[in-house]
Design a protein around this ligand. Structure first.
Ligand SMILES: Cc1cc2nc3c(=O)[nH]c(=O)nc-3n(C[C@H](O)[C@H](O)[C@H](O)COP(=O)(O)OP(=O)(O)OC[C@H]3O[C@@H](n4cnc5c(N)ncnc54)[C@H](O)[C@@H]3O)c2cc1C
Length: 492
């Protein structure tokens, strides 16, 4: 397995295709380091005995021990471990661990490439090609971003109906040795620090949209690929360092007539498989959220409890009910993911058909429980923020800057005037309010709220998945039987 240093060395050798605020920057640019340190934690924990039951998996392709972030789930235990690994490592870095997208994208493509070959009666070789890509992904312990979200142009129009055909990534030419693709994927997390980019469709497609039914993987610095990146760093700390300084990046990825050789193409034209691929990536990703969102919930609960304590209001009854509310959402999100893992099967839900066997036998978490958990957690991020804002009062929003706390003219007075609970040292109180400011009063805090709400698909998409897949009719039948309703009395 690779070390964080080896990962960084590989990044340092990549071509310079990252555009940031008017410059072209190296992958190891100082501004990307907080992000690299965050995702790099997935390499560091390999040597920590506390993580060994979670981080290691046995590859079903090679039999070798690999990092679980590169694994294809083989049973329900794998799904449980992935959820628990995600929660535990997110707790370590204080937020998103950022490596799940590649794992989720790989699990989705692994299944769909198999089904696409099957429906092409073996005329295509997508699955074998993908397995080869996977073997290298596992052996070299690589990081992949998953680029699903297209720019989408006019939201009301489908891909082939857009005035500009490039609003969704598409195949512009098929050649003997590969395809040429054009378009732009947006909001792609950690693509600027990833070795590879997995590209999958955003939505279900019609026959006329077949050029948009394309899945492939290319290196992050591949010829013709430009990344325009936003970097989400917290305000630098000069005197009062945090225990861990996280960071994140998101890219607009422009595919400027990129040649992709066939061995890296995993779907090309099979429009009937595009919707399943889009849904499966979202499903695996929503399962990841059942690990990371509870970890963020752990931080929110801890923050709310400390805010109450440092404000010396922790014995007030309203604090107890707010803490209970935060704990409920956190643990219900986890419980939904746990159930999704436990009910996982090599099956997917097909509209109008129900659950059917799918793929070569790898495990897919239960869709209803992934979606209800993710929807509950995603929609609650603003309520969680509301509770923190409520319990904190205004202090994190207007907290004086660090240098004022080391200025001999002000230091003593500032510490005196921020004291609220005599049992808490003002130095610790200051450190805590700086942390709350990072979480909720910074640009990064705002980005985080958008990501927690929309990442993995907006809540409306989860509502659609839930209501189309849930057996609502059987619930109506229960009520009719109990209440004595006779269907035959109704008009036809
Ligand atoms: C921080 C962050 C990180 C992300 N990371 C990734 C990533 O790594 N990979 C990835 O692929 N994606 C990523 N995403 C994208 C995320 O999945 C999308 O933001 C999400 O799917 C919503 O799509 P959108 O942003 O295009 O919103 P829009 O689709 O523009 O939604 C805006 C509103 O329009 C509504 N709407 C859209 N279409 C229609 C329609 N036809 N009819 C009626 N209403 C409509 C929506 O319901 C919503 O209310 C990330 C997003 C964020 C914010």
């Amino acid at each position: 397995m690779r070390t964080k240093e080896e990962y960084m060395k590989a990044l340092s050798k990549m071509k310079n295709n990252i555009y940031f605020n008017g410059e072209r920057i190296d992958r190891l640019d100082e501004r990307q380091m907080a992000c690299i340190n965050t995702i790099g934690t997935t390499y560091d924990v390999v040597d920590d005995p506390e993580y060994k039951d979670l981080i290691f998996a046995k590859s079903h392709l090679t039999g070798e021990i690999i990092n679980r972030f590169t694994h294809i789930h083989q049973n329900t235990e794998d799904l449980h471990r992935k959820q628990d690994m995600t929660r535990k490592i997110c707790q370590k870095v204080g937020g998103c661990i950022q490596r799940c997208m590649g794992c989720d994208g790989a699990n989705a493509v692994y299944n769909v490439s198999y089904e696409a070959d099957k429906s092409n009666n073996g005329e295509t070789n997508y699955h074998e090609n993908f397995k080869k890509w996977m073997e290298r992904f596992q052996k070299e312990d690589l990081i992949a971003a998953c680029a699903q979200t297209d720019v989408k142009g006019n939201r009301i129009k489908r891909p082939a109906d857009q005035e500009d055909p490039d609003m969704y990534v598409r195949v512009v030419e098929k050649k003997n040795d590969g395809i040429i693709v054009r378009g732009c994927k947006v909001h792609i997390s950690e693509a600027s620090v990833s070795d590879e980019i997995i590209v999958v469709p955003t939505r279900a497609l019609r026959p006329e949209d077949k050029d948009y039914a394309v899945a492939f993987a290319v290196p992050g610095d591949y010829e013709g690929v430009k990344q325009v990146v936003t970097i989400h760093n917290l305000r630098e700390r000069e005197h009062f360092k945090r225990g861990f300084m996280p960071g994140a990046t998101d890219s607009y990825i422009i595919f400027d007539d990129v040649f992709v050789p066939w061995e890296r193409v995993f779907l090309c034209g099979e429009y009937q498989h595009a919707g399943t691929l889009a849904l499966l990536f979202a499903l695996f990703h929503r399962h990841s959220y059942s690990g990371c969102k509870p970890a963020i919930g752990d931080l929110v609960v801890g923050t709310a409890a400390l805010a109450a304590e440092y404000n010396n209001i922790h014995r007030a009854s309203h604090v107890r009910s707010k803490l209970a509310e935060l704990i409920m959402v956190t643990e219900l999100g986890y419980a939904a993911g746990y159930t999704a893992s436990d009910l996982g099967k090599p099956e997917v839900y097909m509209p109008g058909v129900g659950f059917i066997p799918y793929g070569p036998g790898s495990y897919i978490p239960n869709s209803i429980y992934c979606n209800v958990g993710r929807c509950l957690s995603g929609e609650n991020v603003f309520r969680e923020a509301e509770i923190i804002v409520d319990l904190s009062g205004g202090i994190p929003a207007t907290f004086p800057h660090e240098r004022d706390f080391v200025n001999p003219e002000l230091k003593e007075q500032l510490y005196k005037y921020i004291t609220r609970n005599p049992k808490i040292s003002p130095e610790n109180a200051a450190q805590f309010w700086r942390y709350v400011g990072d979480m909720y009063c910074s640009a990064t805090g705002g980005v985080h709220l958008f990501g927690s709400y929309h990442g993995g698909g907006s809540p409306v998409m989860e509502s659609i998945a839930i209501t189309t897949q849930y057996d609502i009719d059987s619930k109506k039948e229960i009520v009719k039987r109990i209440s004595g309703i006779k269907d035959e009395l109704n008009k036809a």
